[in-house]
Design a protein around this ligand. Structure first.
Ligand SMILES: Cc1cc2nc3c(=O)[nH]c(=O)nc-3n(C[C@H](O)[C@H](O)[C@H](O)COP(=O)(O)OP(=O)(O)OC[C@H]3O[C@@H](n4cnc5c(N)ncnc54)[C@H](O)[C@@H]3O)c2cc1C
Length: 486
């Protein structure tokens, strides 16, 4: 996969996708596999924003049952199985324990009913060829068993724990990238580090977008019969700039942080339900990922980050509900923050807001014919969202396209080495390689020798000066500093 800037500047496309997170990547994959002529631009690196900074779960969303969002849970559980089928190398079963304390029979009965419904709604979870991917239904572990399996749960008032299963991505960044690699193999013209600006408008019809290649500052136009905004938490802000008027569909942005610490559990993930929300303790690459918070965010999405207060408050909350965790600041290995792009339901309640996605036709809502936005949603449901988006685009274009096959076609399995990341996966910066193509930077700052070796290999391939190489290493530090220290 090579940066297709020449093609982007010179051809006319059926659809131009703005944003290379998982939403844009899934739409590019689906549309190109159906025979559409696809362009995609990403202003930073692929899956470098929300699509990297989440809980990495491919899950049904047990807690949405509380809001009776049965449709969303069923859709998510079906999509969970599909990701397990098309990307078994990156999506794996994850067993969860939900401990119960304090002897409430009502709490136990409510959770048992919820988990039974979860099992019923995932009736097809065994319909997978690989027996290792088939997920069992839920069960109950006595207090003794739960303590034995996960000593961290031990407290005098432990009643026991429910065991249930969901799935986890070992690398959301690579999963989204593989969707793009598949799209590229089916003819899509794709480039990272290309920022979309003003929309090209003629007689109320959107005919593409002006863009800027930030690697060399060249500006050019991309011409397309339809344009899809898949800009995640930037979607409404992008549109305001692109057409110079207030967006009709506003997003509610919710910040969530995650913190990586040394392994806290033996084999299970934990879902800890509290009176003030829930948190996850997730085994990931031999460490534990703690997530997440949920607070309304009204600043510029570019400025989202983690501060010391976020970590202190989150750890106090976890220590209160899981006293054996004994979390202290010294245990922190890595942290990150993401912004949930939620459909604004007017309530201002980010925790209670639905995680459903919405496809906006701006031809109807804003008299911008040919322009669509895909907003909200979950990683888990992004493939299905893409299917719905492409159905709509095909209808709009009035063309005879092939049927959607993304639920069955396997994703191309790749392993990154540094050279192939640059040659075949568009890695252009040290951060691209360290944080996303290989992920070696996500377990804490890599040793200086490693960064030296990787950056020298990149300098040789990409013709960096010594000054550029040193700057690339220094700029990685932003991932390991809280905002207070910046
Ligand atoms: C804390 C947290 C936890 C979550 N946990 C889970 C989970 O466990 N499971 C799950 O299913 N979902 C989870 N989600 C939701 C999931 O991560 C998101 O729904 C999904 O990643 C959204 O992807 P996206 O492509 O729409 O947005 P993004 O990944 O943000 O992609 C949008 C892209 O658009 C680009 N862009 C913006 N402006 C422009 C422009 N002008 N030109 C070109 N490109 C532009 C951005 O650089 C960005 O890369 C979580 C989200 C958060 C924040």
């Amino acid at each position: 996969m090579r940066r297709a800037t020449d093609r982007l500047a010179n051809e006319t496309f059926d659809v131009l996708i703005v944003g290379g997170g998982v939403t844009g990547a899934c739409v590019a994959r689906d549309a190109s596999r159906r025979g559409l002529k696809v362009a995609l631009v990403e202003r930073g690196d692929f899956a470098g924003a929300t699509s990297a900074h989440n809980s990495k779960l491919i899950h049904g969303g047990l807690r949405y049952l509380r809001n009776f969002e049965l449709g969303l849970v069923r859709e998510s559980l079906r999509e969970r199985r599909i990701w397990q089928r098309i990307a078994p190398h990156l999506v794996h079963p994850l067993p969860f324990l939900v401990p119960l304390y304090g002897g409430s029979t009502k709490a136990r009965a409510t959770l048992a009913a919820g988990l039974t419904l979860y099992d019923v709604l995932s009736f097809d979870r065994g319909w997978l060829d690989d027996p290792r991917q088939r997920l069992p239904g839920h069960s109950w572990l006595s207090a003794t068993k739960a303590r034995e399996r996960e000593p961290i749960l031990d407290q005098p008032n432990l009643d026991g724990a429910f065991l249930y299963y969901d799935a986890q991505m070992s690398s959301p960044e690579r999963l989204a990238l593989e969707c793009l690699i598949d799209a590229d193999a089916h003819g899509a013209a794709i480039a990272n580090y290309v920022e979309a600006g003003r929309l090209l408008l003629r007689d109320g019809k959107v005919e593409g977008c002006s863009v800027r290649d930030t690697t060399g500052n060249a500006a050019f136009d991309i011409r397309a019969r339809t344009t899809l905004v898949a800009a995640g938490p930037w979607a409404d802000i992008f549109l305001e700039h692109a057409v110079n008027r207030p967006a009709s569909h506003k997003l509610l942005r919710s910040k969530g942080i995650h913190v990586l610490v040394p392994a806290m559990t033996r084999e299970f993930a934990l879902t800890m339900a509290t009176a003030h929300g829930h948190f996850f303790v997730l085994p990931w690459r031999g460490h534990t990922l703690l997530g997440t918070t949920d607070t309304a965010f009204t600043g510029n999405p570019d400025s989202v980050g983690v501060n010391e207060r976020d970590i202190a408050d989150f750890f106090a909350f976890i220590n209160q509900h899981l006293p054996n965790a004994k979390l202290t600041r010294e245990k922190v290995e890595y942290f990150y923050a993401g912004l949930r792009p939620l459909v604004d339901d007017g309530s201002g309640d980010t925790y209670g807001a639905s995680r459903r996605a919405e496809l906006v036709d701006h031809g109807k809502d804003d008299r911008l014919d040919g322009l669509f936005s895909a907003i909200g949603g979950k990683w888990t449901t992004s493939r299905h969202l893409a299917q719905l988006v492409v159905d709509r685009l095909v209808g709009k274009l009035g063309i005879d396209a092939r049927k959607c096959d993304t639920a069955f076609a396997l994703l191309p399995e790749r392993t990154a080495a540094v050279l192939s990341a640059m040659r075949d996966e568009m890695a252009l910066t040290l951060e691209d390689v360290v944080m996303r193509r290989t992920g070696i930077g996500q377990l804490g700052r890599p040793a200086p020798q490693i960064l030296d070796d990787v950056s020298r290999t990149m300098a040789g391939e990409l013709g960096w000066s010594e000054e550029r190489r040193v700057t690339e290493i220094a700029s990685l530090d932003r991932w390991y500093r809280t905002q207070d220290a910046a």
